[in-house]
Structures are given as C-alpha cells and as structure tokens.
Design a protein around this ligand. Structure first.
Ligand code: PHE
Length: 400
C-alpha cells in the first residue's frame, strides 16, 4: 500500500470506528462482564492503557515514579512499532491517595477512556478500591507494586508483578534476627493503611516464629504529625529495633521525633519507604536504618544498569523499586498482548495468567495460580546520607 493509500485507509477505519461508537454499539461491550471476552478498545489504530496513581496526594512520588516507569516502557515499545502493530496510548488518572478517587479514576479509565487494560495502583489500599471495578468490567489490571495479599484475591482479572507482604514480612524478620542480631522489636504502624496493618502482622508472625519478642505494638494514622506519645511508650519498651511499616512521607518526621525522644536504635521499614524523597526533611535521623525494596539501582546486573541509565537520563532521578516495577508491569502487559495475538481483554487475561519467566528489571516474573509473582527482596541501608544496597533475600531463604 502506498503511504497515501495507507493514510486514507486508516482514516476510513477510524471513521468506521467512530460510526460504530456513535451508533451506540454499546460501549458496554467494551466493558462487558467478566470473562465475556468481548472487550477491545473502540479505537482501531491505538491501544489505550490506563494508569491510576497518586500524582498529587501525600505520596506523590509513588505516582510520579509509576508514571515515569510506564511512560518509558510505552515510548520504547512505540518506537519499535507498538504492540500488535498498534501504538500504545497512555491515559493517566490521579487518585490523590484517596480510595474514592481511586475507584472513580478506574471507572473513568474504563468507561470514558475505553482502556484495554489498567496498570495501578501503588498503595494496596487504593488497589483494593480499584480492583473490584476492573474485575466487574472484565478489564485486566496489573498492580506493579501493591503487596498486600488481599489485592489479587479481588478476582481473576487482577495481577501483580511484585512480591507479597507475607514474604516481605518474613524477609524483614529474618534481617532483624539474623543480620541485625536482635530479638526484641517494637512495632509502630499506620492502622488506617491496609498495607501497614498487614505488614506489621506478617512481620510479627515471622519474628516470633524465629524466637523473637515483640515488645509492643503502637499505631498512628496517615493524617497524624505528632508521634511523641507513641514514641515515649516505645522508648519505655527498650527495643533493639523499631519496625515502622509506613510510607516514606511520614518517615522523616517519625524518625526525628524518635531521636528527640532518645530512641537511638535502628528503625526498620518495608517498601513503603521507597522514594526519592525518603531522606527529605529527615536530617540524619534515618542514618543507620534499613528497609526492604524490590530492587537496588546499585545492582551491577547490566539489565538494571541500562534501565537506571535510561530512566535517569530522561527524568533526572535515580529510579527506585517502584519505577522498576512500573516499567516491568507495562512490559509484561505488552508481552501478554503479543502472546494473546489480540487486544481482547479475556485473551490478555489468559496470557497474563500464563506469564512465565519474564526477565524484568525488578527480577524474573512468573505468575502463580493466585496471579502473584514470586520474587526476591533487596534490603537497603541508609548510610552516609545515601541509600545503599545491603543484602538480597530470596524466597527460598525465608520460612513462611
Ligand atoms: N507495597 C506498598 C503497598 O502495597 C506500595 C509500595 C510499593 C510503595 C513499592 C513503595 C514502593 O501499599
């Protein structure tokens, strides 16, 4: 076909697509019931992928890194000719770290934007709000980074490319026990956050199983800014480590107040600490602390170094585990579409469920029968005002 002919052919196709849409060829068929297998997007020359993430709320680096990771993957694939010969078009909606907004964002991405598949959210609490909407509409959803076990239990259209908090809790317990040689830990967690509640519980289970003691469990809420009464109690418990499975945006404050209260022992956290802004406003209060993450940008693996280079050049920041997971989630989705040889949602779902040994930046990804990935975790340290690689813990290293 000549260039011009191809052009008018494409124009004809989009005109047809428009007529079909205007005819009311029920856009509901795009968002048909689970397993109806009828869902492809209305646009004939593009495949729309929706992303929902916190772009402007308290944890906006979660959204920023997710958006960047997915954008990088989309630009690369589009430069290579796209997926199934079509360009990928991204639609991104802000959740502002609010479950109601998350639900609305997903509804819009499906009903208005006609997304073929959805990537998001980061926070488990928000994925738990968005996943049922994807499931009801038969739209495959991949969360790059929600680690709470409940997320993928929302249904067979819900996937993740990261490890679970059952594993992460065991990793941190092992690290506290074997590497830090501690046996007495106090826990301070956010009881308004499903992720934090879950991770506190899984850590406790694993740590006590290893013979460790939990000296006390204190709680806070995401809206709090004064943690001194909890910290005073914790000081009295005389722990060897304080485990704080919260998000990065609170950690500077918590750590500074802890040091002011005379708590000098290391603090330990999970992937929720992962952010280019973790040390912002922390002074040196987080020095000597540790947290688990999904990868380390210091890993000499050439695949990782290539990703770190491309991402940093484009966005001017070193990618944390979150950006790596977002990049991987998008590429897993593209690979599944190619395997499915179709942009049909049910076909994509089936291909996602069969993903085996996908070589991601964040590690090898295989979907298990619960649509979860089994991966290793990296433990990172805060040393000399920098985040550095400490150790890597494999699924086979921990008991769960
Ligand atoms: N795992 C966290 C959750 O489920 C989200 C997160 C992942 C945050 C990775 C930072 C890095 O809520």
């Amino acid at each position: 076909m000549s260039k011009q002919k191809r052009h008018s052919f494409a124009a004809l196709l989009s005109a047809l697509a428009l007529i079909v849409t205007l005819n009311g060829c029920n856009s509901g068929s795009d968002s048909g019931n689970t397993g109806s297998g009828s869902g492809t997007t209305s646009s004939s020359d593009k495949i729309v992928i929706g992303v929902y993430a916190d772009l402007t709320g308290n944890t906006s680096t979660f959204g920023e890194e997710t958006k960047n990771g997915v954008t990088l993957a989309v630009e690369e694939i589009n430069a290579k000719g796209g997926v199934l010969g079509k360009q990928i078009e991204l639609k991104i909606e802000d959740t502002r770290s609010d479950p109601i907004q998350a639900k609305n964002a997903v509804t819009k991405l499906i009903q208005v934007e006609k997304s073929t598949a959805i990537i998001g959210e980061v926070a488990s609490k928000l994925s738990l709000a968005g996943a049922p909407v994807c499931q009801e509409n038969g739209v495959p959803m991949i969360t790059p980074s929600s680690t709470n076990p409940e997320v993928t239990k929302k249904g067979d259209y819900i996937f993740r490319v990261c490890f679970l908090d059952t594993f992460q809790g065991a990793v941190l317990a092992k690290f506290a026990h074997d590497n830090l040689k501690t046996t007495k830990v106090s826990i301070l967690y956010d009881n308004s956050n499903d992720y934090s509640v879950g991770l506190a519980e899984f850590f406790k289970e694993a740590f006590t199983k290893m013979g460790g003691t939990i000296a006390g469990e204190l709680t806070f809420k995401a809206t709090d800014s004064d943690f001194r009464s909890q910290l005073t109690t914790i000081r009295g418990q005389n722990p060897q480590v304080v485990f704080v499975p919260g998000y990065y945006d609170k950690m500077g404050l918590i750590a500074r107040q802890a040091r002011e209260q005379g708590i000098t022992v290391p603090m330990l956290g999970g992937d929720g600490w992962s952010s280019p802004d973790l040390l912002k406003g922390a002074g040196n209060a987080l020095e000597g602390c540790f947290f688990s993450d999904h990868y380390s940008p210091d890993d000499p693996d050439p695949k990782i170094q290539e990703f770190v280079k491309k991402y940093s050049e484009k966005f001017g920041k070193t990618p944390t585990g979150l950006a790596a997971l977002a990049y991987d989630a998008a590429n897993v989705l593209f690979a599944a579409m190619e395997t499915a040889k179709s942009a049909d949602r049910k076909a994509i779902r089936d291909a996602l469920a069969a993903v085996e040994n996908f070589a991601g930046v964040s590690g090898n990804i295989s979907m298990d029968e619960n649509r979860d990935a089994r991966k290793s975790a990296s433990v990172l340290a805060i040393k000399g005002g920098k985040i550095t690689f400490e150790t890597k813990i494999e699924p086979a290293d921990v008991q769960m």
